[in-house]
Design a protein. Structure first.
Length: 301
């Protein structure tokens, strides 16, 4: 369970322009409105905040800003900047970890470092954060095989740019208005329909995990396009501890001109270029720089 939680929790190329929106008429149809935006060279900007609480106490979170490029079949690229946010309690834990093991100082510093991500051409490029400690001196980026939308996800669990996922989400709505929907979808149902969630969380949720409910609210603009998506999820960590995750993503400037490009090849590290001995991380964080709360016995492994 705790491995699954940790996994669920790891825009300079944008050219400002404002081509006309695809027009919506009659009864709102968010899925149809979305697919009308699948035009090469156009996209949307996003701004996001994420927070987590453990038994009611704030733990960690992040802010994210960037852009998504669309094409005829959906997302063809994304570019974001993610800034980790640690609560005072976590910062104190990290400071204590450094005092106990000074060799972790550089790793702790990178946990608060902004992370720049670009996904295009079925690859994810990452600059900053813990990856910076693994790169050779002459390289700026780490890359890995990933979907074209991957730079925009990792905190927000619901990818509304997947038409099938958006359709499934709307089918779970318990309240509908012209510009606002809200409802609940289980992790299991979302996992079954969304390639993005399956990419973020390779471990398929089972049992109680699969039945865990994600409460969601989706707000639409006058063109029936998403302008704000918020989610809330509570997961048990142990018999005594529960984690609450809240993410809110705002979408704006639909139809703006966007062109996402990969970093120069000479600045990207290959797998064999990475450090053979990765730095040790303090136990309060996992390899994806996501804070992992202690279990009932105070352990974080």
């Amino acid at each position: 369970m705790r491995r699954w939680i940790a996994a669920a929790l790891t825009a300079s190329a944008v050219i400002a322009a404002t081509p006309a929106y695809a027009q919506a008429a009659g009864t709102p149809n968010p899925v149809k409105a979305l697919t009308k935006q699948f035009v090469a060279g156009q996209g949307v900007k996003l701004r996001e905040t994420t927070s987590t609480w453990v038994n009611g106490e704030e733990y960690a979170g992040a802010t994210r800003e960037g852009s998504i490029e669309l094409g005829a079949k959906g997302v063809v690229g994304a570019e974001t900047v993610r800034n980790p946010v640690m609560s005072e309690a976590v910062r104190n834990q990290l400071e204590l970890a450094v005092k106990q093991n000074p060799e972790t100082a550089d790793a702790v510093d990178t946990l608060m470092e902004r992370i720049y991500q670009v996904s295009v051409g079925n690859k994810l490029y990452v600059n900053g954060g813990i990856f910076s400690l693994l790169l050779p001196d002459d390289k700026l980026w780490f890359s890995a095989k990933a979907s074209n939308a991957s730079a925009a996800y990792g905190d927000q669990l619901i990818n509304i740019f997947e038409p099938a996922t958006l359709k499934k989400l709307l089918a779970t709505a318990t309240s509908k208005r012209a510009s606002a929907y809200k409802g609940s979808i289980t992790l299991g149902d979302l996992y079954a329909v969304s390639p993005t969630l399956r990419e973020m969380v390779p471990l398929k949720p089972k049992g109680k995990e699969a039945k865990a409910a994600i409460g969601w609210k989706l707000y639409l603009d006058e063109q029936s396009l998403a302008k704000r998506l918020s989610i809330s999820l509570v997961l048990p960590i142990s018999k005594k501890l529960k984690m609450k995750v809240v993410a809110e993503t705002r979408y704006f400037d639909w139809g703006t001109s966007v062109k996402i490009t990969a970093p120069p090849a000479e600045s990207v590290a290959k797998i064999e270029d990475l450090a053979k001995n990765p730095p040790d991380l303090p136990s309060v964080v996992d390899k994806n720089y996501v804070s992992v709360p202690p279990d009932d016995n105070g352990k974080t492994e």
